[in-house]
Structures are given as C-alpha cells and as structure tokens.
Design a protein around this ligand. Structure first.
Ligand SMILES: [Mn+2]
Length: 462
C-alpha cells in the first residue's frame, strides 16, 4: 500500500517502472513527446528532473500510460480480468475521508499577487493545441446545496497567471457550477495534482451525483484520505497532495478553450459540443485562481491525452468497463454468462466488445441496445461468443468476418440525444451501431467453430 504520492513514485522506481530524466526538457512539446514515446513502448513512467526555465521543479509524466503501470497503481496483476475484477471489488465501497488540521500540502501557501500559474511547469502537448494545459489535476468541488464533494478530471487551459478555462465536460461538476450560478455565485474548485493514485483512478468511475469519489478512492487504497480545508474556498483536499490550485468560477463569463488534442485522438474545440442536433453548447467556464498551496519541492504531474493509446484512455478503460459490466449484470439472466467486457483503449473508449455464453438468440441484441441507450459514452458494441477472446482484436475481427449476416446482425440505432458527458466533435455520441457477431444457436454448432488440429499444445519438437 502506498503511503502517498512520493511513496508511490519511490515504489515505481524500485520496480523499474519510473525513469529519471536528467536531460533538459522544454514544457512546450518535449515533456509530451517523452510521454508519447513511453506510451508507445510500454513505459516506464518518466520523472523529468531538469525543466528548461523552471529551476528546482520536477515533473512526472505517463504514470498511467500502460496497463502494466495501471496494474501497479491498482496493486493487482496486469491481466484484463484481474484489472476489471479489481474495479468490481471497490467501485461500490466507500471509506469516508478524515479532516485533519494541516498537512504537507500547506508547506507553501501562495495567495493574492503571489498566485502565478506561469511559474508551474505546465506543458503544451500536441501540435495544434491552443496553449499549455493542466491535464493531470483532479478537480474537487462541493455541491452548493447538498454539501457533498465530487471529484473528476477536466482539461484546463492556462489563460494567464491566475486564470484558466474549465471545460466542464463531466456532468457532475457542470451541474454543481450551474447550481452555484443560479444562486449568483461561482463554484470553488480545487485542482489536486500529485495525490495518492487511488484518487485519479476513482475519479474516472461513473458514480452517481451525490457520491464523493474520494470515498471510493479511500476504499480502493483501503484507508481514509486525510483531508485539509482549502485556504480560500470551501473544499477539502488530500493533506499530502503535491500541489493544490484553488479557484472560483466566474459567474456569467465564459473562457476560450482549444483546440486541444483529446481522448478520441483528434482535436476537440468547445464550440462544436452539442446537447441535441444543431444546438451549440458553450459551457466553458472561466476560473479565477485564488490560491496555490504546495509541498516544499513539489513534484508536478503531466498527463498526455490525444491519439490512443495514452494514459487518458488507459485510466478510464476499466472504470468504464466496470460500469458496463454492472449494467449487463442486471440484464442477462445469469451474470456468469458475461465472459469479457472490453472497453477498447485504441478506440478512445468508443468501442465495447462483450463476450457472452449465449443461451437465447436475442441476448446479444439486448446487450447492444442496452449499452447504446444507457447514457454511457460508448458508440459501438460488438458482441461475440465465449469462444472468442474479447480482448484480442484479431479474434474479434474473425468473429465479425465469419458470424455476421449483415442484413440481420448489424444494428443501427436512430439518432439519440447525446449523453450528458458528450465531449467530442464526433458523430459517435449520437449515431450508434452494434454488431451481433455471435453464431446463431443451432443443432450443428461445429459450423461456426474455429478449425484447428487437435494436439497442438503437445507438439514438443518445435
Ligand atoms: Mn461524480
């Protein structure tokens, strides 16, 4: 069990999963390029110790860049079923946070004119990005009426020494900002950078509004988060975080944001978000930063998104798969009939492949319909039989190639209202399809079986 963020980094290094980079790097593209390279080469995560123009600063990046790194953060094995199973162990559990008077995050407190985000090594990531972005922060806010906190991750464009955008794509934070604005106030939002990894992991779960994801994070790490009060806003944050940026949304004002290379793999601007066909949405909020608190020698965290596969797709992959599993668990008569639930990282999270033990012909279709209208941001569902490994793209392709009758098994839904978190300038959120790539139930099942000679595993001469 990791004690805190630094202990987690120490453990990563001990296991060869964190590399110190002493070569000087620029926050403009160079940190991102390093993370890109390790994302494409199965790690390790990187600790940049020499950042041009930011003497004394260190920045870690790519912490969740590979399934191996995720498995390490989750303290489980790097196997699809183990990773999903780990989420299903903790996603319904809670351990309440404990308020403490102070903690390391208060070692440095900057307020008023001392607030200057340009002194933090905030990266610019992809070629056409509009500017530097905060990407690895967990945004924590408190619901103005219920008083319950919420944790999620949202991109934040740097707009000045004390200003950022807040492109509130996650529905709960957006809801809280809207409630505050109706009361004529801004919402206090704390950006937590460099906390115990359970916080970032739990922030990706689809917990209902009214559930504090930090309590799920407590359940994941097996002990409560110790939290301290922020200096300038009514929010509580992990006492041992590296950096906390406190800010307040400015009611009635919107911010510019993007283009920014996002999780679908392309650039996402805000003017083409939509709530229904043709209806533009402009809820990019402006945040005025009111304080920055830090540990001494704080370690910054960079996080790459953009073209899959990056830590963004990996970080949400099993959180979303667990959500899909919970939905399907209620749908099929026998939960053990669900063999694999693969939210593919390579699709940016838009493809779900489900393998099932099929007892009734309609089950695959029911799975497709149910997931596509569930409100999850999944655009395409492929259902395969349990003799197909849903995590192996080649096996899935073979099932699609040999078990699909296009006139019957390709299901195209009429346009749907986009789900609350719809975030991309892509058709995926409204125009959805599924493929039933299961073989029909029949008396001669060998018709659809893979043709393989028996005894391959006993061959010992090659
Ligand atoms: Mn939430």
């Amino acid at each position: 069990m990791f004690k805190d963020f630094r202990d987690y980094l120490d453990n990563l290094e001990k296991h060869g999963l964190l590399l110190r980079v002493t070569k000087e790097v620029d926050v403009r593209y160079e940190i991102a390029a390093g993370i890109r390279k390790i994302s494409d080469n199965n790690g390790p995560a990187l600790l940049f110790e020499n950042i041009k123009g930011y003497p004394g600063w260190r920045a870690v990046g790519g912490l969740f860049a590979t399934p191996r790194l995720m498995a390490f953060a989750l303290e489980t094995e790097e196997k699809e079923d183990k990773l999903l199973g780990r989420y299903l162990e903790f996603d319904q559990r809670r351990i309440e946070s404990v308020l403490v008077p102070s903690g390391p995050v208060k070692e440095v407190i900057l307020k008023g004119n001392d607030v200057d985000l340009t002194k933090l090594p905030i990266s610019t990531y992809c070629e056409w990005d509009a500017g530097p972005y905060l990407t690895a922060g967990v945004e924590i806010g408190r619901h103005p009426t219920t008083g319950i906190q919420n944790a999620s991750m949202i991109r934040r464009m740097l707009l000045g020494k004390d200003k950022t955008s807040l492109a509130a794509g996650t529905p709960h934070l957006r809801e809280m900002i809207q409630v505050a604005e109706k009361q004529g106030q801004g919402l206090g939002v704390a950006t937590v950078i460099g906390a115990h990894p359970a916080l970032a992991i739990a922030s990706q779960l689809n917990a209902p509004l009214g559930v504090d994801e930090m309590e799920i994070a407590g359940a994941l790490r097996g002990k409560p988060f110790e939290v301290v009060k922020c200096e300038t806003i009514d929010v509580q944050v992990p006492a041992d975080a590296e950096i906390v940026i406190e800010g307040v949304t400015v009611p009635g004002e919107s911010a510019t944001d993007g283009p920014f290379g996002e999780y679908p793999g392309n650039y996402v601007t805000m003017h083409n978000w939509f709530v229904s066909p043709g209806e533009a949405r402009h809820d990019v909020y402006l945040v005025k930063v009111t304080a920055i608190t830090m540990r001494k020698g704080a370690i910054f965290q960079a996080m790459l998104t953009g073209m899959p596969t990056t830590e963004n797709q990996i970080l949400k992959k099993w959180a979303m798969a667990a959500d899909a599993y919970r939905i399907l668990n209620r749908l099929v008569p026998y939960p053990e009939d669900i063999h694999g639930v693969n939210l593919t990282a390579a699709s940016g999270g838009y493809h779900l492949v489900v393998s099932i033990h099929k007892r009734a012909e309609a089950t695959a279709r029911n799975i497709i319909y149910t997931i596509l209208v569930s409100g999850m941001p999944i655009g395409h569902v492929v259902v395969v039989d349990d003799d197909i490994n849903s995590y192996d793209p080649a096996e899935v392709e073979w099932a699609v190639a040999t078990r699909v009758r296009a006139d019957r098994d390709v299901i195209i839904l009429p346009p749907l209202a986009p789900e609350p978190g719809a975030a991309a300038n892509l058709p995926t959120h409204m125009y959805k399809w599924g493929i039933d790539a299961t073989a029909p139930l029949m008396k001669e099942p060998w018709l659809y079986k893979r043709a393989i000679p028996p005894g391959v595993s006993e061959v010992d001469y090659v």
